[in-house]
Design a protein around this ligand. Sequence first.
Ligand code: HXC
Length: 529
Amino acid sequence: MPPCAYCSLNGCCIHIMEQKFELLRSKIAEAKLGGGQKRIDAQHKKGKLTARERIHFLMDPGSFEEIGALVTHRATDFGMADQQFLGDGVVTGYGTVNGRLVYVFAQDFTVFGGSLSETHAEKICKVMDLAVRNGAPMIGLNDSGGARIQEGVNSLGGYADIFYRNVQASGVIPQISAILGPCAGGAVYSPAMTDFIVMVEGSSYMFVTGPNVVKTVTNEEVSSEELGGASTHASKSGVTHLVATNDVDCIEKVKRLLSYIPQNCEDQAPRLDYTLGDEYRDELMHIIPENANHPYDMKEVIAGIVDTDSFFEIHESYAENIVVGFARLAGRSIGIVANQPMNLAGVLDVNSSKKAARFVRFCDCFNIPLLVLVDVPGFLPGTDQEWNAIITNGSKLLYAFSEATVPRITVITRKAYGGAYDVMNSKHIGADMNYAWPGAEIAVMGAKGASEIIFKHEIDAAADPAAKLAEKEKEYGDTFANPYRAAARGFIDEVILPRETRRKLIKSFAMLENKAVARAKRKHGNVPL
Ligand code: HXC
């Protein structure tokens, strides 16, 4: 028997337990070092935090409990048996964020580039299963070179095990993905199936195949940043919902997002204390321009309605003709969908329909009431839109609103024309309360376009066609370009002054708080994908 490390006695039996404790401590210390100090330094040099540092910034102090710190991989090919790192490239566990339970995995780029082995996948699956069983959000901090190349199909199987769980968890618990480094190959599909993706500008990228493969297959020369950087995915593809300036900002954004959403599909979002005061907002009286063809910023309307500084925009740089995001109304979390007249006159097109539909479906999954602000001239015409399936994509939004059972309130601030009137949370597709401002124009189309069609012969035959058109335009406008026809039919519940909008919404969302809708039994609907 070797001499005791504590008293140097051969065969000492007093300090046996001390030695066992010490072994555990040294293993934990080894696990905390991941792939070693040199690789940690390299990570820092790139301006990135390590997996453990990220968890430190995410969780409430002292709340994180690790699971599986001593896991090692089982691979033996390519000398892998001799390359073991405790934890196998991913830190997993649970803790609290602002006092609420969350589960987390953080890939450790210092261990085989955060690549996913069979055991690495098993660790992620274990916390995903716990998150679903215990009804708490799952947060993935991704930084991975994809499938662990030395493991072949074992690693592919590991990815599929995670994908399967992403889908089973979808709509049951919120799933949020932070992308904090490269995410290639399989590493992109799991985040894509979660509810929200946050990417870091300049240090994260996502693509199915990197620039080298792109060059070989398509002969295109493209940088990693251009192909799959944060700006690309924020503005061109819409893959990412939020962009952060660095790792800490990314984690702050994840925390802010969590503050608006409930723990699971049976829970309600956290509510902040709020004392009702004077809820009239006079600034809303002056936002809409007198000329109906002039733009205004719908975000000013949102700011005038919701609790101060509470609007948290999602997908800010993608399909800017529609605005979506979370906010609070008298301390209560709501989701907002709003046409943006500042961009493409707020028209609905392929991308804006997809963006809004996904947001509506998220809110409906997690009991977040919806406020819809409407100023929409219709669907965007043209070959580009038709060939990119505006029919299918526009119907995604129609479908999403129609199937949503959360409290849904609409305010028409100005135009609500054509099919877009129906789609934008009209009474006919199940909205609970529909308001309009006095300048609202609810019609099949604008007065000019309508007059040109239905009065064509009269205008052509007139001595002064321009004057005739103006006369007919006024006649059509006086008849239809107002909210009163719709109000007379009950399609609009009330025409309200802009300044009373916030007060009305607070009262009507409170009135709808116990809304319950029974749906016909079915497996699931067939949303037009
Ligand atoms: C094993 C990997 C690895 C991988 C990186 N490493 N990727 N080990 N499997 N997939 C290791 C490197 O050997 C290196 O080890 C360390 O991680 C850091 O990698 P570097 O290349 O030095 O870092 P960097 O220059 O920052 O480049 C990062 C990278 C690059 C862009 C991620 O490593 C890369 O392109 N990796 C391969 C990406 C890929 O093709 N993955 C497979 C995708 S296929 P040392 O010992 O030096 O620290 C896939 C299929 C799944 O995922 C499909 C499911 C649907």
